[in-house]
Design a protein around this ligand. Sequence first.
Ligand code: FAD
Length: 487
Amino acid sequence: MGKPTGFMEYTRQTVIDRPPRERIGDFKEFHQHLDEQKRRDQGARCMDCGIPFCQSSYGCPVDNLIPEWNDLVYQGKWEEAFLRLMKTNNFPEYTGRVCPAPCETACVLGINEPAVTIKDNECTIIDRAYDAGLMQPRIPQSRTGKRVAVIGSGPAGLSAADQLNQAGHEVTVYERDDRIGGLLMYGIPNMKLDKELVERRNSLMAEEGISFRTNSNVGVDVPVQQLVDDHDAVLVATGATLPRDLPVPGRELKGVHFAMEFLKSNTKSLLDSGLADGSFIDAAGKKVIVIGGGDTGNDCIGTSMRHGCAAMVNFELLPKPARERTADQPWPTYPRLLKNDYGHEESEAVFGSDPREFSILTKEFLGNEQGELTGVKTVRVKWIKEPGERPRFEEVPGSEEVWEADLVFLALGFLGPEQQLIEQLELETDARSNVAAEYGRFVTTHPKVFAAGDARRGQSLVVWAINEGRAAAREIDRALMGVTELP
Ligand code: FAD
């Protein structure tokens, strides 16, 4: 343990992101770093509390050795910190930027002080390692002669590919998009996760021996049976890409889009041409309504702000969460408090108020004779919670409103994986139409086919996708070799 009194001497200091009004002028990352001494002070705040809930699977799904590397950060032993970090996490440059950091809500210091800045510490360790040239290709010493196909190049597929390649198997990743990364590439926008970082990691993995096949839609232009026949194992890591719709009157109007249509077209155009090709949904000068909260809704707000939208409203059916921890809940840092994400901050900086409207239900999209969206009709709802029952809502009579809108983005979550590939492989699905494969074993009803990530667990987080990719790789290795030494 490093500095026993660090948590009493230093207060929590998070990185100060670029100011909202400045950063909406471009799509560059808004994340910044503290200087080295300040970062080391933040590492010193870790109490080495004895029961590190932060690194339990609740706090960190990949079981990062958090107190150990916090201490190494405090001591300025950056290379050792990096080596500890790489033991558990294939892609800390992603989680250090986009993870909602359940580790910090589990931090014991959070009982009476703000939690340790675990996520920012992680990000600094890995960014310094890249800058110092420590991230060199790790070419496996020997090859097993076994071939594994990974379908889908999101964090689940990529972490599995990384592990399996290190175990000496010949790994090919098939991706239907033109770029590798799944939602790391075409979901999470550039200002939150710079695509140069994703390309940098992809290049490293290619140097290490992994083959990437882009524009390869398995089940459409790559016959899936051929893939199964040609490989010793196949991993389905195709994500949960089916968006939840809002089938109210007017849904067909021009201007109503799924969030992913907006986000993907924007990032693709940004990378292809710096948005010069115009092949994206442009929110410039438009009145935008984002329906649904969460990361996806917030990313739609941030992207619209960068286009220069004329107005922004964000509807949320759920009630407004509390801003402070209430006396009746025992968690150190309650994770469901109202938090301002970057898009909310940016909208508030430009338009002067929080864009969020809570407890509001969309009833209808309104349009003109040309079939273009002109507005959204809503009603307020009241939430009712009876003891022992699930919360339910009732519409509040007389609370109907009409909101002007030129663009609506639907960010209502995802229903699960697309079924076509699953049907072709004749895989069983669970009650939520995810691929059925027990957590811990990951094998599907086809003995050569495994499943991991959002395709198996449903819409989740990057860190859970990495957890599942690593764990599925271990089971694939065990199936191919009889034993496994993969962590
Ligand atoms: P995905 O990342 O979805 O990757 C699946 C890949 O499979 C895709 O590239 C898809 O094209 C490919 N594919 C599908 N079918 C085929 C086929 N037949 N042939 C070939 N390829 C195929 N999580 C966080 O932790 N933090 C965040 O800030 C965050 N922000 C998010 C923002 C948005 C807009 C969205 C939608 C999600 C966000 N998430 C975030 C969730 C997170 O991105 C996902 O949980 C995670 O990416 C799931 O990883 P995965 O590998 O299972 O699937």
